[in-house]
Write a protein that binds this ligand. Structure first.
Ligand SMILES: O=C(O)CCC(=O)C(=O)O
Length: 258
């Protein structure tokens, strides 16, 4: 069994699950180090495709390319094709088995349209990400995708780790509770009650967070002295197809189990 019944139940009720990838034997310390070194190198090279903090328009992001920190990278895109160690992690057998236990009756498919990235958070120039559900990035037959977030270094409230609202993936949230960028509207009266249940997640290097695409989450800027690096991929069941003509259908997924 890749996951215990308790772990599966935790994911189903809370919308997320944290495992230690090295302690569980998904990867060894040398593999983790190769991914960390690749992250530093790739960020220094800053090859396209990438997303800058400036382009997010989020609070505290530099407001133009010309502003101090205007060329700060937020995401290196296309992570699966960027480095051998990152590709090996994206297709890691144990991770795929875990995903198969969470959904995957029709096989596990790696989505390349969103996430599929190295997420970075610069200590001097980083933004705050408001409360949102990642399903806003995709259009699928069923809103059932799971992201796998690998902490390449320690993540905590001081360097902009994720906060989540446990169980929010199963809460019915009408469109009027979100703003026009699909962030949860903090001024809506019902949202305050929901957000009072939020918890800060702490991840050690090598810990991996599985989270449902409807789990509400947010993150603060990085107030530490070091860049934060996380490798993030998203997967879905082979029987759950992207809607024809949508951005989600623009790039084929990679089937990892039949
Ligand atoms: O690290 C962050 O600021 C949050 C990123 C995030 O939630 C996202 O890109 O969907």
């Amino acid at each position: 069994m890749p996951l215990t019944p308790d772990e599966i139940a935790h994911f189903e009720t809370q919308g997320y699950l944290i495992l230690n990838a090295t302690e569980r034997g998904f990867i060894d310390a040398a593999q983790l180090m190769r991914m960390q070194q690749a992250a530093e190198q790739q960020l220094a090279e800053a090859r396209q495709p990438l997303e800058l903090e400036t382009s997010t328009g989020y609070p505290s992001a530099p407001d133009s390319l010309q502003a101090p920190g205007g060329d700060t990278v937020r995401r290196l895109l296309g992570a699966h094709g960027r480095h051998r160690s990152w590709q090996a992690w994206a297709t890691n057998k144990a991770v795929v088995q875990c995903l198969g236990a969470l959904f995957g009756a029709d096989g596990v498919v790696l989505n390349r349209v969103h996430h599929n990235c190295l997420m970075t958070k610069n200590p001097r120039f980083s933004s705050a990400t408001g409360w949102h559900q990642d399903i806003r990035y995709w259009a699928f037959e069923a809103p059932e995708l799971v992201s796998v977030w690998l902490a390449l270094g320690n993540e905590h409230s001081n360097n902009g780790a994720l906060r989540v609202v446990p169980g929010s993936h199963r809460v019915q949230l009408d469109a009027e509770r979100f703003d026009d960028r699909l962030f949860l509207d903090p001024d809506h009266p019902q949202n305050a009650t929901l957000l009072a249940q939020a918890v800060d997640l702490t991840l050690a290097a090598g810990e991996v967070l599985f989270f449902h695409c409807k789990l509400l989450h947010s993150a603060a800027p990085n107030h530490s002295g070091q860049t934060k690096y996380s490798l993030v991929y998203t997967y879905h069941d082979g029987g759950n197809a992207p809607l024809p003509g949508s951005r989600s259908a623009a790039l084929s997924g990679i089937a990892l189990t039949g």
